[in-house]
Ligand binder design. Structure first.
Ligand code: CO
Length: 212
């Protein structure tokens, strides 16, 4: 489907009317505040729309997406999103969502040049190198890609936990969990990678902020 902008605006009119009909007063309520319980960090891939795949409505999830769902410590964009979500919105759960067959992860596995994005994706090569031992048993390129997609999620969960934002929230006694999940485009299902982290004691000591 390739809708022109006029068609999108018409489609939006229908959506807004339907949404209000199903949820009377919803727009008045949303105008006053947003009160999402979740922060979602996922891939920009058009097949992995945050609200849709977990059945959440406008106002229910704060979202950040970028190519290959990366959380880099020098990325002011993602750090600002995490800070706002944790300190102001007081979300209780941060969900890092990757997906199998991610084009960004695939590009990082290749040797060819793709453009500016190669600089963005280079940390995935670092992750591959640091986890080389896990790749000895893979039997196909697809398996290699999917394993790296999973490991990349785990690595980004760590990166979120290593931020001073999340650690300071924990030190202040806030209830905050960071989860790693991966989405399968082929069946629409999410898998929990079971790396949920909810306290400062669960992260490696080299990254821990010391209490004074
Ligand atoms: Co992707």
């Amino acid at each position: 489907m390739n809708l022109r902008i006029e068609e999108l605006i018409n489609s939006n009119k229908q959506w807004a009317a339907q949404f209000e009909a199903n949820n009377p007063g919803i727009f008045d309520k949303l105008v006053k505040q947003q009160n999402p319980e979740y922060l979602w960090i996922g891939c920009s891939d058009s097949r992995v729309p945050a609200n849709t795949i977990v059945g959440l409505q406008p106002g229910e999830v704060f979202v950040h997406r970028n190519i290959a769902n990366l959380v880099n410590h020098s990325d002011l964009n993602v750090l600002s999103v995490i800070e706002f979500a944790v300190k102001v919105l007081k979300v209780k759960d941060i969900i890092l969502c990757g997906h199998y067959g991610c084009g960004g992860v695939q590009a990082a596995l290749e040797r060819s040049e793709h453009g500016i994005v190669d600089n963005w994706l280079r940390v995935i090569k670092d992750t591959y190198r640091a986890n080389m031992k896990h790749f000895h048993e893979v039997e196909s390129e697809k398996e290699e890609l999917d394993l790296l997609c999973e490991i990349n999620v785990v690595e980004q969960v760590r990166n979120i936990c290593h931020t001073s934002i999340v650690q300071n929230a924990w030190l202040a006694g806030d209830k905050l969990s960071v989860h790693g999940v991966i989405y399968c485009i082929g069946d629409g299902l999410l898998k929990d990678l079971e790396v949920t982290t909810s306290s400062i004691d669960e992260i490696e000591s080299i990254y821990q902020i010391q209490t004074k």
